[in-house]
Design a protein around this ligand. Structure first.
Ligand SMILES: *Cc1c(COP(=O)(O)O)cnc(C)c1O
Length: 398
């Protein structure tokens, strides 16, 4: 039989792609041909990698790799089911206890990713009658969780705790639940959320306080315990989210809080109920990583020394590095096309640093984002700065 010819109902996608190509905002994936490390091979070229979240260099740590191999030999390649059916291994419980102890909280639940942790938690604990008060620059997974909950969403201007206070004041008369939520460290600007002020606002209005510490886990606080520890706010943040995919070097996300919160999530968080648990290799490598946070604190010291070095180098060259206070350092470039050109020129000069434009950041706030890690050498950072000097001149930024 002749195949029926019909117009392609998805042709609008091709049209959109063509528009992005014309606008210079079409992004080709860079292919990593080996481990994610301080210097990595992408698209056949060895470059200094300033584009990973591997803050402490743990992706390739021998203890993580060995733990993953040993767990695979003992437990196999996969867990076989979702957590609530038959996919809860003793390893999963061990990791949850380990994280709870590390974070100084009653209990912890691990999700498949930080994205699943945020989206699954926010959507589970709120109903359409409730209110969520959320920083304008909070991560997409928080926004998606808020939308899934169908709670009323109130967005406050970035880091503006007084605006959050005003929104909550107007809701004081309403008997419904309120959730005040912020990123600990903001992923595109590298600035830190005003936690002490926000915690006070939440307490004043009886709101639940939730912090997403994806970029602060392993980076801020004692041994990388995150922003709650950094600010000394133990016991005052009801829900702490962290990721196992960034500084921890593997994959996953977790939620820390009271036993009741965690048991509730065991019953109602949809990614926990409906998506298979981590393979043993992932869980065992994460366990090894928490040991390293405590036994190799020099990694965190190196991370911060490298952070200071690269930030100073970039601003000495004349770049605008925004408002960062952490190892995430944006190099502001104006529009997206220029940010992507800067990223391409840097790659030619031996540095991988990603261009980021709309819709991830505002249209006029495109940038190249750099993230140094603990294992970059000074020689590598000097080479990276020289590449920035050359590429920055080529695109007219300095
Ligand atoms: C990366 C990130 C996440 C998602 O974490 P994954 O483990 O990669 O899914 C959540 N929140 C913030 C703020 C992030 O930067």
């Amino acid at each position: 039989m002749e195949p029926t010819s019909r117009p392609n109902p998805l042709s609008y996608l091709g049209d959109q792609l063509a528009d992005w190509k014309t606008a210079g905002t079409y992004q080709r994936l860079r292919i990593l041909e080996g481990p994610s490390a301080a210097e990595s091979r992408f698209d056949g070229k060895d470059v200094i990698n300033l584009a990973s979240n591997n803050y402490l260099g743990l992706t390739t740590h021998p203890k993580l790799v060995e733990a993953a191999i040993a767990a695979t030999r003992k437990y196999g390649a996969g867990s076989g089911a979702v957590r609530t059916i038959s996919g809860t291994m003793d390893l999963h419980m061990q990791l949850e206890r380990r994280i709870a102890q590390f974070k100084n909280v009653e209990a912890c639940v691990v999700f498949q990713s930080g994205f699943a942790a945020n989206a699954g938690t926010v959507s589970a604990i709120l109903t359409p009658e409730d209110h969520i008060i959320s920083d304008q620059l909070n991560h997409a997974s928080i926004i998606d969780g808020a939308r899934l909950s169908r709670a009323k969403i109130h967005v406050f201007p970035h880091r503006d705790h007084q605006a959050a206070d005003r929104i909550l004041s107007e809701l004081d008369a309403s008997p419904t639940r309120k959730l005040l939520i912020t990123d600990g460290v903001f992923s595109m600007d590298g600035d830190i959320g005003p936690l002490p002020e926000l915690v006070a606002v939440a307490e004043k209005h009886g709101a639940v306080m939730m912090v997403d510490d994806a970029h602060s886990s392993g980076v801020l606080g004692r041994n990388g315990r995150g922003t709650i520890d950094h600010f000394g706010l133990h016991g005052r943040v009801d829900i702490q989210v962290g990721t196992l995919s960034k500084a921890i070097g593997v994959l996953g996300g977790y939620v820390c809080g009271t036993k009741d919160l965690i048991e509730f999530l065991y019953h109602r968080a949809r990614p926990f109920l409906f998506s298979t648990s981590h393979p043993p290799a992932v869980t065992a490598a994460c366990l090894a990583a928490f040991d390293i946070l405590e036994s190799e604190p020099e990694r965190i010291e190196n991370l911060w020394a490298n952070t200071r070095y690269l930030k100073k180098g970039l601003s000495d060259l004349g770049f605008d590095t925004g408002t960062s206070e952490t190892p995430i350092t944006p190099v502001m470039a104006g529009d997206a096309a220029r940010a992507f050109r800067l990223s391409d020129e840097l790659f030619q000069e031996g540095v991988l640093a990603t261009g980021i434009g709309f819709p991830t950041v505002a249209k006029d706030k495109a940038r190249v984002r750099t993230i140094v890690n603990a294992t970059h050498t000074t020689a590598q950072l000097d080479r990276a700065l020289e590449a920035f000097r050359i590429a920055g001149r080529r695109v007219g930024l300095i």
